[in-house]
Write a protein that binds this ligand. Structure first.
Ligand SMILES: Nc1ncnc2c1ncn2[C@@H]1O[C@H](COP(=O)(O)OP(=O)(O)O)[C@@H](O)[C@H]1O
Ligand SMILES: [Mg+2]
Length: 387
């Protein structure tokens, strides 16, 4: 972060850099300690809104602009040397993209010690996981269409820019009070090129993981995000997770129960997938989507099945989904601004107002001393598990 010559890396004690040119340890000059980044003490911490695999997220007020923002503290515990790769990828990707259905990253700020780093993002009032957990009635079909269209517009933009998100799920979808859906959490996202490099099949939270990954494929394509989008679509319609596996094996079983056993005819690359050597698959010839959503129209069933094509090459693209006749038939998608507004489950504002001792407004310089101590954590842990 320091603004001198770029040829350095963090040393163990984090207050010095090692010059790559000379190999010498060098003190970081005072004026360069924060580099061009602002300090987190310019932000007033208001509330802790979430915690996932890679970071803790706070709602905070930027005291310079008076705007409310989200601050994601990068997790560093496991890092001995420098910044975690997930955090660097997230910063790199978010800094280079801009779309109304993708959470906007405004800047990176640093804490007092150089090893705390925060991403400053636009603040979104809800995430879909906490909403689903706290809503009394499910979303109506026109609201589901509104959410899916926005998700797919964000996804189309990412895929056009050669980015695979690799962790789409309801807790990574945010919604503003104006009904705008934003894709968030780019900790696992990757840029891909041709030829594709082999990558770990252990990505994407289990419930949303595509069959090619479950069967050990190391080729990641945009189709893995589409499968996850299908799981989100099913979850919004059914008001419960579609394929809530407890283990990889159970996830495979649930997938087969829902869509039938894959074979070479429908998926030519299937017999070559690495994990197949370890399993004997149960033969289940039926597709149970129609049975699971008996009330859904023909275009709705067709669309779901298009998202859940076993063969990633045949699976829908984000553009295909947006173009689907499901979105032009009644009930029509509602406009985002007409989405209902919801109480802010995560912020627990009332609780803070009624019990000011628990949510004391900190003095400015105090703001980020006690990171991690306040707790108004959101949403079920089970959706957030990342296996
Ligand atoms: N910009 C934001 N505005 C409001 N809440 C957010 C924002 N970003 C994240 N959150 C909340 O914090 C949670 C964890 O953030 P996320 O970026 O998904 O981190 P992780 O990589 O740890 O899963 C989200 O599920 C959401 O509830
Ligand atoms: Mg997350």
């Amino acid at each position: 972060m320091a603004d001198d010559r770029a040829t350095r890396s963090f040393s163990q004690d984090r207050q010095k850099f090692v010059s790559i040119l000379s190999g010498e340890l060098m003190e970081i000059p005072e004026k360069s300690k924060l580099g061009k980044c602002r300090s987190v003490i310019e932000f007033e911490k208001l509330n802790r809104v979430g915690e996932g695999t890679y970071g803790i997220v706070y709602c905070a007020r930027d005291t310079k602009s008076n705007k409310i923002v989200a601050l994601k503290k990068m997790r560093m515990e496991k890092e001995k040397d420098g910044l975690p790769i997930s955090g660097l990828r997230e910063i790199d990707i978010l800094l280079n993209i801009r779309h109304e259905n993708i959470v906007e990253m405004k800047e990176v700020v640093v804490g007092k010690s150089l090893d705390s780093i925060f991403l400053v993002m636009e603040y979104c009032e809800q995430d879909l996981a906490s909403l689903l957990d706290n809503m009394a009635a499910p979303f109506s079909e026109s609201q589901v269409k509104c959410i899916m269209l926005q998700l797919c517009k964000g996804l189309r933009y990412l895929h056009e820019n050669f980015i695979i998100h690799r962790d789409l799920k309801v807790s990574n979808l945010l919604m503003t009070d104006k009904g705008c859906v934003k894709i968030a959490d780019f900790g696992l996202a990757r840029k891909y090129g041709i030829p594709t490099k082999p990558m770990s099949p252990k990505v994407v939270t289990l419930w949303y993981r595509a069959p090619e990954l479950l069967f050990g494929s190391k080729t990641h394509t945009t189709a893995i995000d589409i499968w996850s989008a299908g799981c989100i679509f099913g979850e919004l319609l059914a008001h419960k997770p579609l394929l809530p596996g407890r283990s990889e094996l159970h996830q495979i079983e649930l997938t087969i129960q829902m869509f039938g056993t894959p074979n070479e005819t429908i998926w030519p690359d299937f017999p070559q997938l690495p994990a197949l050597e370890q399993f004997t698959l149960k033969q289940q010839p039926y597709n149970n989507i129609r049975h699971t959503f008996p009330w859904l129209s023909e275009p709705g069933i067709r669309l779901l099945n298009f998202l859940f094509m076993y063969d990633p090459l045949k699976r829908a693209s984000a553009e295909d989904i947006i173009e689907s006749s499901y979105f032009t038939e009644p009930p029509h998608p509602c406009e985002p601004e007409f989405m209902p507004s919801f109480p802010q489950h995560r912020l627990k504002r009332r609780q803070a107002e009624e019990n000011p001792k628990e949510e004391v407004k900190p003095k400015l310089n105090d703001s980020f001393k006690d990171f991690g101590s306040s707790s108004s954590e959101s949403a079920t842990k089970k959706r957030k598990q990342s296996l």
